[in-house]
Each structure stands twice: as C-alpha cells, then as structure tokens.
Design a protein around this ligand. Sequence first.
Ligand code: PSV
Ligand code: MN
Length: 426
Amino acid sequence: MKLSKNEIADFNKSCNQDYKHENDFLRSKFTKKGIDIDAIIKKVADFQVAIPSWALGAGGTRFGRFSYGGEPATLEQKLNDVGLIHALTKSAGTVSLHIPWDIPEDINAIKEIAANHGIVFDAMNSNTFQDQPNAEETYKYGSLNSTDKRAREYAVEHNKEVIRIGKALGSKSLTVWLADGASFPGQLNFQTALKNTEDSLQQIYAAMPEDWKLFIEYKPYEPNFYSTTIQDWGTSFMLANACGERAYTLVDLGHHLPNTNIEQIVATLMHKGKLGGFHFNDSKYGDDDLTVGSIKPYALFLIFNELVYGMENNPQNPYPAWMIDASHNIKDPLEDLIQSLEAILMAYAKALLVDQKALKTAQLENDVVKCQEILQDAYNTDVRSILKAAREQAGGAVDPLKAYRAFQVRQQLIDERGLEVQATGL
Ligand code: PSV
Ligand code: MN
C-alpha cells in the first residue's frame, strides 16, 4: 500500500487547526528573545532520521518473540513500510540496511523502490556477531578481535562486501558494531584483542571509497557480560583516530551504563570533530530497545542541547548520521517508529528554543539558578504545534499516528501480506 499526498492533505483538513494559533503564541513569546519560530519549523521539517531495516518487524527477547500481522517479509516490503512512515511524517527519508539480514537481490529494483518513496540509503551496517548458514569461519570467539587470523580475515572480507553493496546503493558510510569480547575473566588477552581489532578496522577503513565515512559503535556489555573490546566512547575514539580522519565514533543512547552523562560525551566528541553518528532509543535498566523518549525525555533534551550547540559551533564535526535503533516487542513497529520520530523531533525543537545568548551570559556570571531556568523554560514549552506545522509544510500528516490509524494501515498490510509472516533480521 502507498499513501498519496492528496489523501494525507485531505486528512489534514479534518484535523484540529488550533496548532496554528499555538504557533502564533510561540512566535510572540520567543521573538522577544530573538528566537525565530519559523526558522525552527524549517529546521524540524528538514531533520531526517534513518529507519533501520530490522526495526520494521516485531523484535523479541531470548524468551520469545510475538510476531506481528502484516510484517514485511522482504526488503522490498520493508522499504514500502519506510515509505509509509515517511509519507506520514516526512522525517524518515533515509534507511539503514543490515547485511546479511537484508541483502538486495536486484540492486536497481531496490533503488527504484526507494526513490519512489523519496528514500535514500544511509549508513550500511555489517554483522559479524552471528554465524550465517554455511559460514566458513565462526565468530563464536570474536570477529575483528579474534585470536584466529582466518576468522579476522573473514570478518574483514564481510565488511568489504557490505561496502560494495552500499556503494551500489549510493550509501556513503559503514557502521561497525562488534559483539567481540569475553564472557569470563582470563578468556581474552585484552591488549591482543584491542590490537587485532585496530588492525582489522584499519583494513576496513582502507577498503572504503574516498568519500565514505566509518562509524565505530561502542557498547559496554551484551552479548558478552565480562568485557567488550570496544566498550566505551574512549576506545571507539582511539580506534577512529588510529584509522584516519574519515573514521568517527558512533553513540548509541542505550549503550551506556546507568546514569552516564551522554550529553557530555556528545560535547567532547563534537569538540574534537569525531561524532559521526547517533542511534536513538531509550532504556530503563540495561536495555537499549525502548521507544525513544518513553523513559528519559529530559535526558534526550539535554543531549539535543549539546547536539544543537555542536552543529552550530563545531564546523570541524561533520553533520551526524541519525538512526533509530530499537526493537519493538509488543507495539505495532510502525506506530512505535512514528512515536520515536515524534520524540526525537520534540527534543530537537526544544533544544532549538534554548536561549543560547542568555545561557552564555548566565554561565559567565555563574548564575547557576538562571542557567537551569533557561534550559527548563525551553524544555517545558509545548512544541507539538511546531512539529505539526513542520510536517504540514513538508506534505506529511499533521498528526501521523492518528492518520496511521484512520487509514487502517496495519489492517491493509495484514490483508496484503497475511497474519503469519515473519520479518528477517532480529
Ligand atoms: C547493537 O546493540 C546495535 O546497537 C548495533 O547498532 C547493531 O547493529 C544493532 O544494535 C542491531 O542489532
Ligand atoms: Mn546501535
């Protein structure tokens, strides 16, 4: 199924138009502070977040998986699902593929489907954390860090293959996340594991086209519970420096120990021009799969405050690659992704409302109370009217979740694909 512009425009006419008055109120309030609401609406409309190909079906845990009717069974269907989200939100104009979960069989056909939906291919993701059927080497004891040279070479070769596929699709970057680590003390020689990882990453880096970027993702634990070779931003940053100037650190929100100050990590990396990409999700304990903004929206806002500052003040840092990285266990995945996009854009809009001039003055005067007031004044502003206007201007739905339900998208997908299909991937 495909949602047309006209259908969405007609739906918008049936929506409550109060948001226009709400924006008038915001304009009168924020113009006094020198903040341009219409410029913020434009920035929100321009912000695009990649949808990962593995997030369109039901995820699961090691205890079970409850599939969802109408799940996409093929890459073509996954792109059509991203197309639906993009038609409604106009903020999901990119897709991120995981190889080998989603190897395109006919590259040109896939490119055509994506182009028809106005979608381009963002970072490619390699997978050296699972053995595939007929694999010649095993990743059971690691991939890029393995003690076995042949396993390392096999993993490097896989990454080169992902680059080849990405090149054909028009992607310009590769994200490497490694599960490599140890389950028990003594299992690994840490220094050798790190050295092997560095050597392998350098080979992958050397195989990238000159206009590509390498994103090195870190994670403190899982699936290994004693040590992970690339466990934190410092290790990732060090490896990125060892690879070269087009290698960067990738921050995944859920990949931190509880209470880590992620906004400070973002600021540090941007200062050094090394924040390459960002994965959005939320977590309560040690998980990394909950809907963005469902648990800690204020933390997300503080992170965006640093991202906005960095995008405006750190020209040495490239524009980051944004992606949602979550797994939907019980919600309709498409509804969850729409909610995630809403949460991301709300945090972004609120960060854009921060009175940076006043904040700087308050910081120089060490007026700690004022600093907090300034941040919270932005955070406590209801920005949903800004998002509605941004979407309407871009040709999307004023209220995408309401539209999704009004158009009975899930039922139509079930009618087309059946109740019993299962998505590839996670
Ligand atoms: C690992 O937890 C991760 O965040 C990496 O980005 C993977 O590629 C992705 O999730 C999917 O498993
Ligand atoms: Mn991730």
